[in-house]
Design a binder for this molecule. Structure first.
Ligand SMILES: [Zn+2]
Length: 391
């Protein structure tokens, strides 16, 4: 090892030497920095020196935390002017006027949510790894094709009742206050449930069911793609850079999904197509006893249901809940000579609802399930995840 070199290699010198490396990989480990120094300069440095050098290099590239916060008003102005109507805001600490919180939600995203996403919002938080060391809070839902649809995110100082209160308050503003039909779910513990009750006292059925939300994230959406894992690579960026990176990720995601629809040949979104394929190839046998062209008793050894094709209803209630024909309805439809499946699928699974054009700009929107209209317990809505899996 080059011992003499070790002493001469000041933190400043090392920071400059590894600047490019850190720029492309801000979360590079001190060990990886060591490997690089060894390869390039035959240098071996103590861990703490490597760590300090990496921090210094980050400062050189991204500026210090304080430098970064100076850009907050500029970033906000830019984001709002490029995305008119969006709810984007920040808050300073009243005591020392230091940066405290930042909330971002884009109007196109919110409009897309109302145009067709499922009427539930999952709330999540994860730790940031940059120097600010705050939390990233997020509000996400699923689109009609079961893909993750991030609605809003915020950087806050820590996870507490007060920060959740602030986040949910901003979220309600971003949603134009139109939240009566929305179910909020979360597996976070600190203060969410109380906050929701406090901010939305008029609304019943606000549930925070920890294990169900966890399950939902696991089952749907290739949900390894939860928002937190989605942004895991950028969690160590400074605040301003982080916000702008997430913005760019959202933009790219929207474009990718809008391009994706170009390959769709059916009238229905792929997830609905798959569902129908599965349900029509099941081994299950039913006896169909029609009482008219559109109404029938559907019977097997274990159950007897009544299906009404015109009303898109079955006494098992699954059709009404998920917006896709249940096993009984499917069995009845299969007896028909001409099977017009899209006719029996909720409008919001139709591709035309997924794609929504506004002022020549492709607004990504999405189909959703009809359980918006269910008035009884949201527990039933959550069961749909398994119903859909099981069907
Ligand atoms: Zn049924």
């Amino acid at each position: 090892m080059n011992r003499k070199g070790n002493k001469q290699a000041t933190t400043e010198w090392v920071a400059n030497a590894i600047k490019d490396l850190v720029k492309w990989n801000p979360s590079i480990t001190p060990k990886a920095v060591q490997n690089e120094l060894e390869r390039e300069y035959n240098l071996s440095l103590p861990y703490m020196k490597l760590w300090r050098s990496r921090e210094k290099a980050r400062d050189l590239i991204f500026g210090t935390v304080e430098d970064d916060f100076r850009w907050v008003p500029t970033l906000t102005k830019e984001l709002v002017s490029k995305n008119p109507g969006s709810h984007i805001c920040y808050e300073y600490d009243q005591a020392d006027m230091s940066f405290k919180r930042y909330f971002v939600s884009f109007k196109v995203v919110i409009d897309g949510f109302f145009a067709g996403c499922r009427p539930f919002i999952g709330l999540d938080a994860c730790h940031l790894k940059g120097k600010y060391l705050g939390m990233l809070m997020s509000a996400i839902t699923l689109d009609g094709n079961n893909d993750l649809y991030p609605l809003a995110f915020a950087i806050v100082e820590s996870e507490s009742k007060s920060s959740w209160y602030w986040f949910i308050e901003q979220l309600i503003k971003a949603l134009y206050g139109d939240v009566n039909e929305i179910c909020f779910i979360s597996d976070m513990e600190k203060g969410i449930e109380e906050t929701i009750k406090m901010l939305l006292p008029m609304v019943e059925h606000r549930v925070c069911i920890r294990h169900l939300w966890k399950n939902l994230k696991k089952n749907f959406n290739n949900l390894s793609e939860s928002f937190n894992s989605w942004i895991s690579d950028v969690r160590d960026k400074p605040v301003v850079e982080l916000i702008d990176t997430v913005r760019a990720m959202l933009m790219v995601q929207r474009t990718r999904r809008s391009n994706m629809t170009n390959d769709w040949v059916s009238n229905l979104v792929p997830v609905a197509e798959d569902y129908i394929r599965k349900i029509t190839t099941t081994e299950e046998q039913f006896i169909i006893r029609p009482s008219s062209n559109t109404v029938a008793e559907v019977v097997n050894r274990n159950e007897r249901q009544e299906v009404d094709l015109n009303q898109m209803e079955c006494t098992c209630r699954v059709w009404q809940m998920i917006g896709l024909p249940c096993r009984h309805a499917a069995a009845f439809i299969c007896t028909k000579e001409y099977q017009d499946w899209p006719r029996y699928v909720h409008d919001l699974f139709h591709v035309h609802r997924y794609c929504y054009k506004i002022i020549n700009d492709f607004l990504f929107s999405c189909a959703y399930l009809s359980f918006l209209y269910i008035t009884y317990s949201y527990y039933i809505f959550l069961d749909i995840v398994w119903l859909m899996e099981a069907q």
